[in-house]
Design a protein around this ligand. Structure first.
Ligand code: RB5
Length: 142
């Protein structure tokens, strides 16, 4: 499974920490930017990450901005994308179990770094439950 990472300036530093942790754990990672704290527009980076998933190159995404809100709104404009803006371990886990989230959005300005890393790990390890949840997900996503 290949994971695409993206961030705007508000999420750049947390993205870098997440990338370091994922690479240490030997995940296959693609980073589409941004590459510094310079101001950029989060929809541009959400779109690059989504594109890499729609082509089939990447299967999961982790998008970081100041709050996670902008990234999640932008990514969710695509029917194949189920981007969950999560704020703790429980929501990260449930976004996989119940919603089959294929993108995790994180807010660098509202999360502690250690907590964000734990959320990423739980989110990557948790399987979709399927069953009644698949019926519900199929009503809005492919
Ligand atoms: C950028 O200042 C900020 O608006 C962005 O990172 C994000 O929080 C938007 O939802």
């Amino acid at each position: 499974m290949k994971i695409v990472l993206a961030a705007d300036h508000g999420g750049f530093e947390l993205k870098e920490v997440i990338k370091k942790n994922l690479l240490q754990a030997e995940w296959d990672v693609v980073d589409v930017g941004c590459t510094s704290n310079d101001s950029v527009d989060y929809p541009d980076f959400a779109e690059m990450a989504v594109s890499s998933m729609l082509t089939g190159d990447c299967q999961r995404g982790i998008l970081v901005c100041g709050t996670g809100i902008g990234m999640s709104i932008a990514a969710n404009r695509h029917r194949q994308i189920r981007a969950a803006n999560c704020f703790d371990i429980d929501t990260a886990k449930l976004s996989r179990e119940h919603n089959n989230a294929n993108i995790l959005c994180l807010g660098a300005r509202v999360l502690e770094t250690d907590n964000a890393i734990r959320m990423v790990n739980v989110w990557l390890e948790t399987e979709f439950t399927g069953g009644r949840h698949q019926t519900r997900v199929a009503k809005f996503s492919e």
